[in-house]
Design a protein around this ligand. Structure first.
Ligand SMILES: Cc1cc2nc3c(=O)[nH]c(=O)nc-3n(C[C@H](O)[C@H](O)[C@H](O)COP(=O)(O)OP(=O)(O)OC[C@H]3O[C@@H](n4cnc5c(N)ncnc54)[C@H](O)[C@@H]3O)c2cc1C
Length: 465
């Protein structure tokens, strides 16, 4: 296993990085990216074990319901690249299992890649979203053939890929990119049916980063969450990148182009549901704490809104538990979550999120946005004003209440909050993507039968349409 320090050193590998208009010679020294790297490094140190055969719990294939539950609950406390590694590798294995009968060589390569990743203790990120150009047109009808990643050349020992993938979380601080098609490809689009693993520092890979992070001119307390957990999103360009055969998991088999996206949808969305279950409970905690600090905890409309937040958090957790409890098993004996419950819970969490944040803001009041910095609390010219006017009662001083407001702003209305609002809707595919899966896996025949019985019609005698 790698220590945090060894991980940081491993990122000094000649990768081509850009951010905010300049090249980044060393991501571990770049102020806009360093925080993300340190967060991931802390994750390495947390699990480091010097035993030669040790490996992190993120390289784990669940084979029972309890395994799956343990894996999901552990994941809630990991840094982002570690979560992505776990979900990405499980995705590759799930896809491999679905392809094994037809293409055993891909299944073997996928398992070998899992073992190799475990041995090297690397972090890999999920790289699916293509640039897509005009969204109404398929790859070959675009005015630029590179708007979807494709095979530009086939060589005896590998393939060459070209194109770009957008919004790749933590690409700047990962070792590998797990590349796969963004959607189902049709006959004629064989070159676009490509899945593979590519090192971030491979010749031809460039990453242009966007970051959300705390404003560096404020103290960390003004951004208590995003100063600790900054995210980077990368526009990853593949400019004729050679991929050796043993890292290629799909190269033209269009009938399996969507297998990866479906497998990813499963693991990525389950991970999101776990994250949202914790996030839901955190919103409840904020609402209760600020209501108490404002002296409003017993007011009926505040209690009613908090009960609504509790319902939200509880239903997401119920969806998570149902998805785990109703796990499916591959022929290899690997557990994977139930698609219906996973997608229904992900949709519900995302769709209701803004309404829940609205209620939290309604409960908390305008100081969510206007509470001055804690530096103003330390400035002798202003400290007395803040201490006098931002306290509310015995036991609730200005420092405590301001910190709560800073946290609510950061978490729901500023750096992390802004990221979360868009991520909630788009990451793992837009809301519509979850509805498609839900409709596919729902037991419609049973629902029709129930309705026919209520209508007094005999379900057995009614023609099946
Ligand atoms: C913060 C963040 C992190 C992310 N992390 C990752 C990551 O790590 N790896 C990764 O691969 N991706 C990642 N994503 C990408 C995410 O999966 C996409 O944003 C999502 O799939 C939508 O794609 P898009 O952004 O290109 O938007 P679009 O595809 O432009 O979608 C916008 C809207 O248009 C609709 N739409 C698009 N095309 C059609 C069509 N043909 N017909 C009808 N409706 C259509 C969509 O349903 C959606 O409602 C991330 C996104 C965000 C915001």
């Amino acid at each position: 296993m790698l220590t945090g320090q060894q991980y940081l050193e491993s990122l000094r590998d000649g990768r081509k990085m850009y951010v905010n208009g300049h090249a980044v010679p060393d991501v571990t020294q770049e102020p806009l990216l360093r925080g993300s790297a340190l967060w991931a490094a802390a994750g390495y140190d947390r699990y480091y074990d010097q035993a030669p055969d040790a490996c992190g719990p993120y390289f784990f294939i669940p084979t029972s319901v309890d395994d799956l539950r343990g894996q999901q609950y552990r994941q809630m406390h990991w840094d982002f690249p570690t979560i992505s590694t776990s979900n990405g590798l499980l995705m590759v294995l799930t896809a491999a299992s679905r392809m094994r009968a037809q293409y055993p060589v891909y299944a073997q390569r996928a398992l070998a890649y899992f073992e190799e990743s475990k041995r090297r203790d690397i972090r890999a990120v999920i790289t699916i979203t293509d640039a897509k150009g005009n969204r109404s047109l398929p790859p070959l009808k675009q005015d630029d053939p590179d708007l979807f990643v494709h095979i530009a050349d086939r060589q005896p020992d590998g393939i060459v890929i070209r194109g770009a993938k957008l919004h790749i979380s933590s690409a700047a601080i990962a070792h590998d990119l797990i590349v796969m098609p963004t959607k189902a490809m049709k006959r004629g689009e064989e070159d676009y049916a490509v899945a593979c693993a590519v090192p971030v520092n491979a010749p031809g890979v460039s990453v242009v980063n966007a970051v959300f992070s705390a404003r560096p001119d404020f103290d960390a307390g003004f951004y208590p969450y995003s100063s600790r957990y900054p995210m980077s999103e990368g526009l990853v360009v593949f400019d004729d990148v050679f991929v050796p055969s043993d890292r290629v998991f799909l190269a033209g088999e269009v009938e399996h182009s969507a297998t990866f996206a479906h497998s990813l949808g499963l693991w990525e969305r389950l991970g999101s549901v776990g994250h949202y279950a914790e996030l839901g409970d955190t919103l409840v905690g904020f609402a209760q704490l600020i209501a108490e600090a404002n002296g409003l905890a017993k007011v009926p409309h505040i209690k009613d809104k908090i009960a609504g937040l509790i319902t939200y958090a509880t239903l997401i957790r119920a969806g998570l538990e149902a998805a785990i409890e109703h796990a499916n098993f591959t022929p290899e004996g690997w557990a994977s979550p139930d698609e219906l419950y996973t997608n229904a819970a992900k949709f519900y969490a995302a769709e209701q999120f803004s309404a829940m944040v609205r209620d939290l803001h309604d409960i908390a009041g305008g100081s969510v946005l206007t509470a001055p910095s804690s530096r103003d609390l330390r400035n002798p010219q202003t400290a007395a004003f803040l201490e006098k006017y931002l306290r509310t009662m015995e036991g609730v001083d200005a420092a405590y209440r301001m910190r709560l407001f800073h946290a609510i702003r950061d978490y729901t209305a500023d750096a992390y909050g802004g990221w979360q609002h868009v991520t909630m809707i788009q990451a793992g595919g837009g809301l519509y993507a979850q509805k498609v899966v839900v409709a596919k896996h729902y037991d419609m025949e049973r629902a029709k039968r129930l309705a026919l019985e209520v209508a007094g019609l005999n379900p057995d005698k009614t023609s099946k349409l």
